[in-house]
Design a binder for this molecule. Structure first.
Ligand code: UDP
Length: 339
């Protein structure tokens, strides 16, 4: 198949592209490199079945030629510091970008896969999150540029399915991590790993009691591919149902890295969801999918990869310190070494 991957130079997009190429498909990557990286494509650019188009999918029709069999729409900033830095771009790619990608699917009668997010549930009142839960999002809060863009993306995807007859699939992706993330992207896994490797304090926002469920990237990509290969509409949650507090994650990262970094507490960002865990029974039933990699094993592989990027890890220390956003005041940190 000829498959378009928007955001193909990003963390998830480049893993998906690699997986699709290894399955014998052609991949047409469209990415404006605003948060994606050419480095992520290093092993792909030599493959004659891989095409890279540097373009912003929000700006106009996608610049690909010829027949297309599927479109996987992953383009979007995804880390909170990134979408706080790029609020209008995030709204544009979730709205106009999604429409352009859907138009390409409609013209080609191609399956359309939308990478949506657990953020559509906002700060959830239902736990674990089932797909039938409609969410609790603050439409004017700092996270709304991402959350509402993805909610709109789901709505426009369903409208193309109902009105135009496009074969669509929506996945809601929960926190995912692995090799290929940007060391300085500001997300909790990358921040903790780079801080631990640099011997810097691990910065916990709030008291660390908030929870997330972390999925290793290979598991997640298997889920995306399964969704591409069916005609399931969804939405379908994709994530690892093993739930951890942020404090627990900090301890696991210290264990895996052997770091003696202290833990430091900072104010919690505004609207930071208090808990998050996917109910994956729909994915199990409809796709036969469930994660297989434990978080200690996934973190071990991720740490090993970051150890192979020492310059980037060292440079991340300064960059991560600059990724503060609403509610996170530097001076208010309290250090609880050894806690
Ligand atoms: N977080 C933290 N320290 C950091 C970065 C993030 O304690 O250096 C917290 C953040 O406040 C949130 C959780 O870790 O509660 C996950 O944050 P992330 O940015 O990775 O993704 P989110 O799930 O919030 O989109």
């Amino acid at each position: 198949m000829r498959i378009v991957v928007t955001g193909g130079a990003g963390f998830l997009g480049s893993h998906l592209s690699r997986w699709l190429l290894s399955g014998g498909h052609q991949v047409l990557c469209v990415d404006d490199l605003s948060t994606g990286r050419r480095d992520n494509l290093a092993s792909l650019l030599d493959d004659p079945r891989f095409e890279f188009h540097q373009a912003d999918v929000a700006a106009g029709p996608l610049p690909v030629r010829g027949r297309v069999d599927a479109v996987a729409h992953l383009a979007s900033p995804a880390s909170p510091p990134d979408y706080h830095r790029l609020p209008l771009e995030t709204l544009a790619v979730g709205s106009r970008g999604t429409e352009h990608a859907l138009q390409l699917s409609a013209q080609n009668d191609a399956r359309f896969l939308l990478a949506s997010t657990s953020e559509v549930y906002g700060d959830p009142e239902v736990h674990p999150q089932v797909e039938d839960y409609w969410g609790n999002v603050n439409p004017v809060g700092p996270r709304s540029v991402y959350d509402e863009a993805k909610r709109y993306a789901e709505a426009v995807t369903m409208a193309y399915a109902r009105q135009v007859g496009v074969d669509v699939g929506i996945v809601r992706i929960f926190n995912t991590y692995g090799p290929g993330m940007r060391a300085e992207d500001g997300r909790v896994v990358t921040s903790f790993i780079t801080q631990a490797l640099n011997g810097d304090p691990l910065t916990i926002y709030g008291d660390g009691s908030q929870t997330r469920s972390f999925c290793y990237v290979d598991d997640l990509v298997r889920g995306l591919v399964a969704m591409l290969e069916t005609s399931v509409t969804g939405p379908v949650n994709l994530g690892n149902p093993v739930e951890r507090t942020v404090l627990e994650l900090a301890r696991i990262v210290c264990d895996v890295t052997g770091s003696r970094s202290p833990i430091e507490f900072h104010p919690l960002p505004e609207d930071d969801p208090t808990r998050r865990r996917p109910d994956i029974s729909r994915a199990e039933r409809l796709l036969g999918w469930r994660p297989e990699v434990s978080d200690s094993e996934g973190l071990r592989r991720t740490v090993e990869w970051f150890r192979s990027q020492p310059a980037e890890v060292a440079a991340a220390a300064a960059a991560v310190a600059g990724t503060q956003y609403q509610g996170r005041a530097h001076g208010a940190a309290t250090s609880l070494a050894g806690r």
